[in-house]
Design a protein around this ligand. Structure first.
Ligand SMILES: [Zn+2]
Ligand SMILES: [Zn+2]
Length: 839
């Protein structure tokens, strides 16, 4: 294809004036406020459609576009269906890239961020996305983060925010703490540097207090992708088992372990401590460890986390030189320190049951530790080459012998309880949410340290704790807040004495854990949101975003909503009713990214083909939940389709000139009862039924292909000499344009006007297929043989007796009852009955 798509090229007989239509349509939507919610308490039939707010990283590419275009289609579809749709947009604007850019280019993070926001906003608008910009928010704005700080204080007041020293993941390159979930295969999620562990005072949110409701309420999320619910459940990681204490020989202390298999307790032959276990640290400090043990601990601590997570790592350990006492048998068990037990999970200590745990088995083999079988499978037995991890009947377990694993678990926990050596316990994999970051570009944690009163919260009336803008960035990446005396100097809210301000800022996931409520009252300065309004509009009816947020962002938002519910501030328990996670758009088989230099910018494509072409291709590229490969040639295909559509608009618009600009949808008598017009109408309504259903289920690629068949049907009709002035054609263009409006809104708005309709198409209502038009052209009649009902046959409406008789003759049931007999007489009631008399 040569030349611009706007010209009348090989496929177009009419100019497709997309530039002009884009400008005109956008002006109209804005002026008529069609996609704005002026009064959230009064708007009828509220529907909240939300795209995850983006990080303002700069230029968007067509892969990003998919997410927003999907949201825009939902917004427009719901608007067509008569809902008041809230579709806001904002910016997840705090975070590391801005700070790194500041260090590299000496540009203040705020300046860099604002510039990127302006650029991205321009791009979003160029896609023809309709957001209610009057509700725009940015999490780095003091009027926003004031309420993020307020949220922190609410959690602090309820004991859900606390400070503790803990081993944390440390990125030596970013110079900051990372949450477990920001460590990907042992590397910093942001910069790829190998992560180390450090002990630091940190702030945490006690999300573990909500582990059970977060797990249980997943059952309420019926409209979430199954895979996301499974990922959340696994992340929370509930396991039922027992907590067991093994007294330490010669001391009053004990080693506590958690196991999901208390039935294997009698097979425990040794214990293992993590290198970071407090007991390990104490033995180390008291110089009770062998030189070999000290060497291993030092090495493991230095060791990169990635190697410890890797499955193929050789198990390695050393005897700690102490013994633990088996709580039931009194046997003395050796205690080891090994690399395959981690502090972050469970208690940091395990009872090793080598006969029934493969990792213990491998370790026991390597260090010649005893392996005792205590669970025997129902059929056969272990050949000793691997651990048997299944359930079975207890053996070598004294008084518990013969019990099933299930019975054994109960009996052994009971025996432990009786000796106060253990109890049944539910354990969660979920850890508390580490929210402090040693960075500048985030919401300052609103706390001060007073030498006399300790850690004190900043009074709510003094919020926001403002980020200073005159700061100096160090090339090491250390937070400028640490060196900013003016920021640090504070007054103790309790005693009025000198205090020093907390210099840590909050994880940006805190900012995004509540933003969906702020959109309802973005400028409110007496509260973060109005309860009445959010109760009316939330949960979000449709949330759309990347599956990379399937765990953290969604889990944290769910947690915060539950906390706010328990504070009596909201009445709902879950923030997002429906979730849609779109697939990635790839180029040359890989994810589009700046670093791979394979991004496709939307700007040139929009200039050349128009926004609707880019939208339509993005929607057509594949099922929206699946990954898809971008192909510029596909854009040309979408452009040709819109050109063909526009030709039909122009060709049929000729016929509406001088006629009343109303769709002739009323008179049934106007429709042809047979022939090409009748066939066209049936086809159009069949496609309408299919497209409407596809749009509802967000099967947007098949909806687009349905629109292509729609245009094919009209083109075929015309190519076979069909009359374009027929009312069936006018009706088809009316329905087709309305169905096209969420997908290619500017073209549909332009066509609507060109077709002589009044008002914006987005007030025209959503079409549905006419049952009457779909009605089959055949009728079912009963066939009797000698007065007895023998069959039913389909005949064309109004079929003659001869035709009905011929069709009946072909029917196997009729043949069965007439055989070779002569048809002496036929009695026919059109549309109802054919009676055959045979002799
Ligand atoms: Zn890093
Ligand atoms: Zn004080």
């Amino acid at each position: 294809m040569t030349g611009s798509a706007a010209s009348t090229g090989a496929h177009g007989r009419h100019a497709y004036p997309f530039h002009e239509m884009e400008q005109k349509a956008r002006k109209r939507w804005k002026e008529e406020g069609l996609f704005e919610i002026r009064d959230p308490m009064k708007a009828q039939r509220p529907f909240y459609c939300l795209n995850m707010f983006p990080y303002p990283s700069g230029d968007l590419h067509v892969g990003h576009g998919r997410n927003y275009i999907l949201g825009d289609v939902v917004t427009r579809l719901k608007r067509m269906q008569g809902f008041s749709v809230l579709s806001p947009m904002g910016w997840d604007a705090f975070g590391l890239p801005a700070e790194n850019a500041a260090i590299a280019n000496r540009t203040p993070p705020a300046v860099w961020t604002k510039r990127n926001i302006a650029r991205m906003k321009e791009q979003l608008i160029s896609w023809g996305l309709v957001y209610d910009w009057s509700r725009e928010i940015a999490s780095c704005d003091p009027s926003y983060y004031r309420w993020t700080q307020w949220l922190f204080l609410q959690l602090y007041k309820r004991g859900l925010a606390y400070r503790a020293k803990g081993a944390v993941n440390w990125c030596p390159s970013c110079n900051t703490v990372l949450a477990n979930e920001q460590v990907v295969e042992g590397q910093c999620e942001r910069c790829g540097t190998a992560v180390e562990t450090r002990d630091l005072e940190q702030w945490y949110f006690k999300i573990t207090a909500y582990a059970e409701p977060l797990l249980r309420d997943l059952d309420l999320l019926l409209h979430w992708p199954e895979k996301v619910r499974v990922m959340q459940a696994n992340w929370i990681g509930k396991s039922e088992g027992a907590s067991i204490r093994f007294p330490i020989e010669g001391t009053t202390g004990a080693i506590e372990v958690f196991t999901t298999r208390p039935d294997t307790l009698l097979g425990a032959t040794y214990l293992v401590l993590a290198a970071e276990h407090p007991l390990t640290a104490r033995l180390h400090a008291e110089r009770k460890l062998s030189a070999k043990a000290v060497e291993l601990i030092e090495r493991l601590k230095r060791h990169r986390i990635e190697n410890r997570f890797a499955v193929e790592t050789e198990k390695e350990g050393v005897n700690a030189g102490i013994e633990a006492i088996h709580p039931l048998t009194g046997a003395k068990l050796p205690v080891w320190i090994a690399n395959y037990v981690l502090m972050g999970y469970g208690t940091g200590a395990i009872m090793a049951v080598p006969a029934h745990d493969q990792r213990d088995f491998e370790f026991a083999r390597k260090y010649s530790l005893p392996i005792v079988e205590v669970v025997r499978p129902e059929a056969g037995g272990s050949d000793g080459s691997a651990a048997y991890e299944g359930e079975g009947a207890l053996v070598n377990s004294g008084g518990f012998d013969g019990l099933s694993s299930t019975e054994g678990k109960r009996a052994i926990v009971q025996a432990l309880s009786a000796k106060n050596a253990g109890e049944a316990r539910i354990n969660y994999r979920l850890r508390d949410w580490l929210i402090s970051r040693q960075r500048y570009w985030g919401a300052p944690i609103p706390m001060v340290n007073c030498a006399r009163c300790g850690v004190q919260p900043v009074p709510e009336s003094e919020l926001p704790v403002l980020l200073p803008d005159q700061v100096e960035f160090r090339p090491t990446g250390e937070s400028p807040l640490k060196f900013n005396e003016e920021f640090r100097r504070a007054k103790c809210p309790k005693c009025g004495g000198p205090a020093s301000r907390e210099t840590d800022t909050m994880d940006t996931f805190v900012d995004s854990s509540w933003y969906f409520m702020r959109y309802l009252s973005p400028t409110l300065d007496s509260a973060p949101f109005e309860s009445d309004t959010v109760n009316r509009w939330l949960p979000v009816n449709q949330y759309i975003g990347g599956v990379e947020h399937a765990i953290l962002h969604l889990l944290y938002s769910r947690f915060i909503v539950k906390v706010l519910r328990d504070l009596g501030l909201v009445k709902f328990s879950e923030p997002f009713e429906r979730l849609f996670t779109q697939g990635m758009i790839t180029k040359d088989g890989v994810k589009m990214s700046k670093s791979k230099k394979n991004t496709v910018a939307p700007d040139d494509l929009i200039r050349k083909y128009g926004a609707d072409t880019v939208r339509l291709y993005t929607l057509f590229i594949g099922p929206p939940e699946k990954d898809a490969e971008w192909n510029d040639r596909g854009v040309e295909g979408a452009s040709r389709f819109l050109q063909r559509y526009w030709n039909l608009v122009e060709d049929t618009a000729v016929n509406v000139k001088g006629r009343a600009p109303a769709p002739p949808l009323s008179g049934k008598s106007a429709w042809a009862s047979e022939g090409p017009r009748r066939d066209l109408r049936r086809r159009i309504h069949q496609l309408t039924a299919q497209i409407v259903a596809d749009m509802d289920r967000l099967h947007l690629n098949t909806a687009v292909s349905g629109m292509m068949q729609f245009v094919n049907a009209l083109d075929d009709y015309r190519d076979h000499g069909g009359d374009l002035a027929a009312p069936e054609v006018d009706e088809a263009m009316d329905i087709g344009t309305r169905m096209l409006s969420p997908l290619a809104p500017h073209t549909a708005e332009g066509a609507w006007e060109r077709l002589g309709r009044s008002g914006s198409i987005f007030t025209a209502g959503w079409p549905e297929a006419s049952q009457e038009a779909l009605k089959s052209d055949t009728q079912r009649i009963v066939v009797q043989v000698n007065g007895k009902v023998r069959s039913q046959i389909d005949v064309p409406s109004g079929a003659s007796q001869e035709l009905a008789r011929d069709i009946a003759k072909q029917d196997p049931n009729v043949q069965k009852h007439t055989g070779s007999k002569e048809w002496a007489q036929v009695h026919y009631v059109p549309g109802r009955l054919l009676n055959i008399v045979v002799r």
